[in-house]
Design a protein around this ligand. Structure first.
Ligand code: FEO
Length: 170
């Protein structure tokens, strides 16, 4: 059985992961609106992966005999000035999520909930990957600028992404 403090914190993280999905889907829609279909595909894949993160926690709470309580999801922004701004905000958002995950680990340790601590280690590693992959796109975008041949090439490259959740064997 999971204790109340851990259960509440995990429920808040379910909300945060669904908000992340909502945010990235909104970014995907923005990219579609400016005809960058590869960037849109990359963000749609990111949105799907965030829902998978939410479901992992959802399933874990249930597995531990807890109760998932779904709450309102904030509306995400709907427009941005340019692709560099989108990826700057994405990196800042992922850094915030990393902080939330680290805080969850702190709670699990303080509550001596070893199972939750182990469960969260996947998310700790995932955040390292997420920040790195977003930063890689951001740095490339800063190099090529917001238009021209470089942006077209990046759009083609990013369009090849499929959600890891749909190709992974787990
Ligand atoms: Fe679920 Fe992008 O962190």
């Amino acid at each position: 059985m999971i204790n109340q403090k851990v259960e509440t914190a995990l429920n808040e993280q379910v909300n945060a992961e669904i908000y992340s999905s909502y945010l990235y889907l909104s970014m995907s829609s923005y990219f579609s609106s400016i005809n960058l279909s590869g960037f849109a595909q990359w963000m749609k894949s990111q949105a799907l992966e965030e829902m998978v993160h939410a479901m992992k926690i959802y399933d874990y709470i249930n597995e531990r005999g807890g109760r998932v309580l779904l709450t309102a999801i904030d509306a995400p922004p709907t427009s941005w000035d340019n692709p560099v701004v989108v990826f700057s905000e994405t990196l800042a958002h992922e850094q915030k999520v990393t902080g939330l995950i680290n805080n969850l680990v702190d709670i699990a340790i303080a509550e001596k909930d070893h199972a939750t601590n182990i469960f969260l280690q996947w998310f700790v590693s995932e955040q390292v990957e997420e920040e790195a992959s977003v930063d890689e796109v951001l740095q490339k975008l800063k190099m090529v600028g917001d238009q021209g041949h470089g942006l077209f090439m990046m759009d083609r490259e990013l369009g090849a992404r499929t959600p890891a959740a749909l190709t992974a064997s787990e």
